[in-house]
Ligand binder design. Structure first.
Ligand SMILES: Nc1ncnc2c1ncn2[C@@H]1O[C@H](COP(=O)(O)OP(=O)(O)OP(=O)(O)O)[C@@H](O)[C@H]1O
Length: 239
């Protein structure tokens, strides 16, 4: 089996005294889409920010393409080829769509090794962004800002894209559009870690699903296995 792109090994993360990730381990292999599921507050976003380096673990290790990254800064992780699309988008309100994407392209410090998301490719994937290219991010709808946040990550041609609840607040139409884009990103061989509340969305995209509960991985399976396991879905996802 291929070496994992990212390997999270017995990671323990805190916010002050709050013990959030309590020994999380998971691997994501090249070209795989792994969905992280779980109820509100179980630590999914914390896992995303721990991998990106915003909230390093007190114990445990994170390896990226075989190299230890546990203590690396978020900038170093970005240079290594990890991109995070954070929950709540965080686009710069005063920059236009075109400026946002151009800046992300210029900041690209990582040679995407055959992956090639250009600004034009992002416009093709999200026609709404092309229509709004001269508009400031602050004037976009929530859904359009989400598209922009995803596009900004893609033009960096990351080796690993971490998406933290990208469908949150999107209209059904935009959810569908985002689904198509993620299918495309996947088809190009990108590796994706998807934190997601919408079960159907996650099951339709994922190669593997991981469920977190109270800061621990309690279940790992294929989407079909989770689909068939009513007990697990009910117990850990409430559906
Ligand atoms: N900056 C912070 N300081 C202190 N506690 C925090 C902080 N951010 C999150 N928490 C707490 O950590 C726990 C895990 O939060 P996290 O956001 O990782 O969960 P989540 O599974 O992503 O939930 P959600 O789906 O609601 O985003 C929660 O109890 C939350 O209240």
């Amino acid at each position: 089996m291929a070496q994992p792109i990212v390997s999270v090994d017995d990671v323990h993360t805190y916010y002050g005294d709050s013990y959030i990730l309590q020994g999380v381990s998971l691997d994501v292999r090249p070209g795989e889409l792994v969905a992280v599921l779980g109820r509100n507050g179980v630590g999914k976003s914390t896992l995303a920010s721990t991998i990106m380096g915003f909230n390093p673990p007190r114990r445990g290790a994170i390896r990226f393409e075989g190299k230890a990254l546990t203590r690396a800064t978020p900038e170093a992780r970005s240079r290594a080829g990890i991109a995070l699309v954070p929950q709540g988008r965080r686009t710069f309100r005063s920059l236009s769509v075109a400026e946002t994407l151009e800046i992300a392209r210029h900041l690209r410090r990582f040679d995407g090794q055959g992956l090639s998301w250009t600004v034009d490719a992002v416009y093709d994937a999200f026609p709404r962004l092309a229509e709004r290219r001269d508009n400031r991010a602050g004037t976009l709808s929530g859904g359009e800002q989400q598209m922009l946040a995803v596009g900004r990550a893609l033009v960096g041609n990351p080796r690993l894209v971490i998406l933290d609840e990208p469908t949150e607040g999107l209209s059904p139409l935009l959810v569908k559009e985002l689904f198509g884009v993620l299918e495309m990103v996947k088809a190009q061989g990108s590796t994706i870690l998807l934190v997601e509340q919408r079960l159907k969305f996650a099951l339709a995209l994922a190669d593997r699903v991981v469920i977190l509960n109270k800061g621990k991985v309690v279940y790992t399976a294929t989407p079909a296995e989770l689909q068939a396991d009513e007990d697990v879905r009910h117990r850990y996802l409430g559906v």
